[in-house]
Design a protein around this ligand. Structure first.
Ligand code: FAD
Length: 316
């Protein structure tokens, strides 16, 4: 990896750049994921943590997008709030399930008007009530549509949005056939994706093997690894729900079980495990690490400390 300018002011990290520009400049990205807070109290809590997150100078922060109407507006509000703050570069997630084309175009235009540079294009999952009609069936269709929007000249950057898509090192429950699922990932890449962010995983060997399979399938765009530390046994169960099919290695479970009801020690084991994953991925030349923060900065800060990093630039 090339030498980097570690003295860069935080605002220089967040110039209007595509993720692939940032990767080219820094060699890799370090990013955080937020979800839009559902209550005023949760919003106030996140607000108090934004400074701590910004002090770690991530390459970008992504903001999830929910299935329901009010959640969707909250994503937009948080993205614009972050954009206006100017210390964290927001990358909105956009799911196409239950959206008409006109709604998607509205969102794209609004983000373009606010100078948002990148989007994570997803299909999402239909809400329990089935949701409304969807103009785009799969994420690949949404990617194609964003590429067409990019050609319209409606974005202040002549190239339009940089586009990310989701990858699933341990597979996706709807497509148990991994060869076919890889074809579907390739379709998203061929449609115009610039980078892939993965589902969270706790066993690096799955990621490394899947990365090789992507390469064999002709997928050469950067792959950003999704990491989420276990901070409690409840978090682990939530992770298993969030990332269906995710493996929790026996080695990890044994370490956790030794501490049973000792919550601080369980958190310590979870953070230590994530640190080992990160060290291993960094040594292996990973294109990026994306931390699923659940809007909490403490675990992310502890991981940085254990990695010996004062800010993201120390991990490039
Ligand atoms: P797709 O790529 O469309 O794939 C969905 C399924 O359809 C897969 O099984 C795929 O193999 C299959 N498929 C694709 N193309 C075809 C085809 N042509 N024919 C038949 N089958 C096909 N969800 C949210 O609601 N909001 C978020 O903000 C959000 N953020 C996420 C961020 C990341 C990094 C990840 C990994 C997931 C995120 N998700 C989010 C969850 C995601 O939306 C779901 O996992 C969803 O089921 C898959 O989305 P996708 O974009 O991968 O869809």
């Amino acid at each position: 990896m090339e030498a980097r300018d570690h003295d860069m002011a935080p605002q220089d990290y967040h110039a209007d750049m595509h993720i692939r520009d940032i990767m080219q400049r820094d060699g890799r990205t370090i990013s955080f994921e937020f979800f839009p807070p559902a209550t005023d109290a949760a919003a106030a809590e996140l607000e108090t943590r934004l400074g701590q997150f910004a002090s770690l100078s991530p390459s970008f922060v992504s903001v999830t997008y929910g299935a329901g109407g009010s959640t969707r507006l909250r994503t937009h509000d948080l993205v614009i709030r972050l954009q206006n703050l100017g210390t964290l570069d927001p990358v909105p997630h956009l799911t196409c399930v239950s959206h008409e084309q006109a709604e998607i175009d509205d969102i794209l235009r609004r983000y373009a008007d606010h100078g948002i540079s990148n989007l994570l294009a997803l299909r999402g999952d239909a809400p329990a009530d089935g949701g409304g009609p969807s103009a785009f069936r799969y994420a690949a269709d949404l990617v194609s549509h964003i590429v067409a929007f990019n050609g319209s000249g409606d974005h202040p950057d002549a190239r339009g949005f940089g586009i990310g898509v989701a990858g699933f090192p341990e597979g996706h429950p709807e497509t148990p056939n991994q060869l076919i699922h890889m074809d579907h990932l390739k379709a998203k890449v061929d449609a115009g994706a610039d980078w892939i962010t993965t589902q969270l995983f706790a066993d690096n060997s799955h990621f490394i093997d899947w990365q090789e399979r992507c390469e064999l399938a002709g997928i050469t765009i950067p792959i950003v690894a999704g990491i989420m530390p276990i901070t409690s046994l409840a978090t682990m169960k939530r992770m298993a729900d969030l990332a269906a099919g995710m493996t929790f290695p026996a080695r990890l479970q044994r370490r956790l079980m030794r501490f049973r009801d000792d919550a601080p020690s369980i958190e310590q084991v979870g953070i230590q495990w994530a640190v080992e994953q990160c060290n291993d991925l960094l040594d292996g030349g990973v294109a990026g690490i994306h931390f699923y923060t659940l809007n909490r900065s403490d675990a992310t800060q502890r991981i940085f400390e254990a990695l010996g990093a004062e800010s993201s630039a120390d991990l490039y």
